[in-house]
Structures are given as C-alpha cells and as structure tokens.
Design a protein around this ligand. Structure first.
Ligand code: MF3
Ligand code: CO
Ligand code: CO
Length: 277
C-alpha cells in the first residue's frame, strides 16, 4: 500500500510557492493560446515563466515526457504532447502544467493544475462543456473543505454534473486525481466521479490534485501511437480543469489559484484560510 504523505504547514507553504508559479505559467500559456499558434509555442510560454521564477518542471522527463505541459485539443482528453499542431478558431484546448520548487533542505515540492482555453469564436456546446467542467472542479473543492472522506469530492462533482446536465456528459474514470507533495503523483487516488468506496479519511496535512475530465459522449478512451495522447474513442469532445488543494491546520487553500480560491469558493459558501506562516 502506498502511504499518504502528511505535510506540515511550513511544507504546504512551500507547495503554495510551487502552486503560484504553476498558476502564473498557466496564465502565460493561456494568454498565448490563439488561432495560428502551435501547441509547442504554448509550451515555450509556460517554460519561460518557470525559467524566470527559477522553478523546475515536474512534467519534463516524467517517464521521458518531452514537454513542460500537456496540450489536449477537442477530442483529446489528457496528455497531448505539444508540437507543431496549429490551433484554429473553434478549438478547445486543455493546458495542464506544473512547477516545482525546492525548500531550504533541498526537498522538492510540486504544483499541478489545468485549465481549458477556448480559441477564438467557439461553439456554444464547447463553451458549456468547459464552463460545467470548471464549475464541477470548484464544487469538488468546496465539498473537500468539509468532507470526512476523500471520496466525497467525487460524489459532489458527479452530483453537480448530473444536476446541471443530466446524462449529457460523461465523467472519465480511466484517469483520476491524486495526492501531491514531494512527488507529483502520490496516494491517495482522488476520483472525480461517484464511487461506493469513499476511500481514506480527508485529514489535515494532505494536499490533493482534483481534476475532473468531462466528455460529451462515451467515457471510453484510447491511447494514440505517440504513447501519451489520450482521446475519446468515439471522437466526442473532452475537457479538463484541475487544481492542487492544501488541507492545513486552519482550513483549505487552493495552491494553484492566485487568491487561494477565495473568490470562487465564496460563491459556494466556503471561506479559504491562508496557510499560517
Ligand atoms: N499533470 C498530469 C496530472 O494531472 C499528469 C501529467 S503526466 C506528464 O496528473 F507526464 F505528462 F507530465
Ligand atoms: Co495535471
Ligand atoms: Co494531476
């Protein structure tokens, strides 16, 4: 059994540094996303912010992954590799990236976050898919703030998606969220859908990456020849949003949001608390 890593507030504060840089680098990649731009150029934009902030990349070299972000367009679900694909008007692209920082002991701390960008004028169907996925992520984070068990996050995400969209959307089950800390992927699994087993207790000291993936068709996925890109088998659209969230001594803080999630979570009746210094 993989063990859960429980962090001190000081360690979570280091993770907040990594999270903030992740957010700033995503800002740059999203800002660069436009018709005529290649996905490799988004990787360059992200990479440049990491360099400016003297941060590392947890994606680059991960099982030999060749870039600092994943760029997944339209029917691609996750792990699309940046390259010479040119974005065109009407595309939707999820950009997933992470930064690492080192603490005074030389220990590495990770951030991981994804957003979906809409390229130029985009269909109402795609705009809705992105908006519901984004909102579902915040519902999951809000539920986490008072959850007893990790699985309540997936319950809340699925309940929200069903309430908003009935059975019009599927929630991907082949990939899940995860604990995060001194590695990018750690115990426990964080399901983005409802499951009977609610998993471990959600305790102070945890940090979790919550990352719902919604699709317009079947949740069945296939891996492309490149060994990385995951797309929907039926060609339906897919969308992902992700944040890394800290559960510290005084409450929760969204590590990969500039404001710790204050604005979005206040709409859901949740107050975030800064990590005590
Ligand atoms: N960041 C992804 C996740 O949300 C995983 C990326 S794996 C990589 O879990 F190899 F592409 F870096
Ligand atoms: Co990610
Ligand atoms: Co993740």
């Amino acid at each position: 059994m993989r063990r859960i890593e429980y962090k001190t507030d000081r360690q979570l504060a280091q993770m907040a540094r990594a999270g903030l840089i992740t957010s700033q680098a995503l800002d740059a990649a999203v800002a660069a996303a436009a018709p005529g731009v290649t996905t490799a150029q988004l990787d360059q934009a992200f990479r440049q912010v990491l360099a400016e902030q003297s941060a590392g990349s947890n994606f680059l070299g991960y099982y030999d992954y060749p870039a600092t972000i994943c760029t997944s367009v339209n029917d691609e679900v996750v792990h699309g590799i940046p390259g010479d694909r040119t974005l065109v008007e009407g595309d939707m692209i999820s950009i997933d990236g992470g930064a690492t920082v080192q603490d005074e002991k030389g220990k590495t701390w990770h951030g991981d976050s994804a957003r979906t960008a809409l390229i130029g004028e985009v269909s109402q169907a795609r705009r809705e898919l992105s908006e519901i996925t984004r909102a579902a992520l915040w519902q999951g984070i809000a539920a986490a703030a008072s959850a007893r068990k990790v699985g309540e996050i997936g319950l809340a995400i699925e309940a929200f998606v069903r309430r908003e969209a009935g059975d019009n959307y599927g929630i991907i089950e082949d990939f899940v969220g995860h604990g995060i800390g001194s590695s990018m992927h750690m115990a426990p699994d964080v399901l983005n859908y409802a499951a009977r087993d609610l998993g471990p207790r959600l305790k102070k000291g945890m940090a979790l990456a919550i990352e719902p993936m919604l699709v317009t068709g079947s949740i069945e996925t296939v891996t492309l020849q490149d060994g990385w890109t995951i797309k929907t088998t039926d060609g339906g659209d897919a969308c992902q949003w992700e944040h890394s969230v800290a559960f510290h001594s005084e409450g929760i803080w969204v590590l990969t949001a500039e404001d710790g999630g204050a604005e979005e979570l206040s709409k859901l009746g949740v107050t975030v608390k800064p990590i005590p210094a």
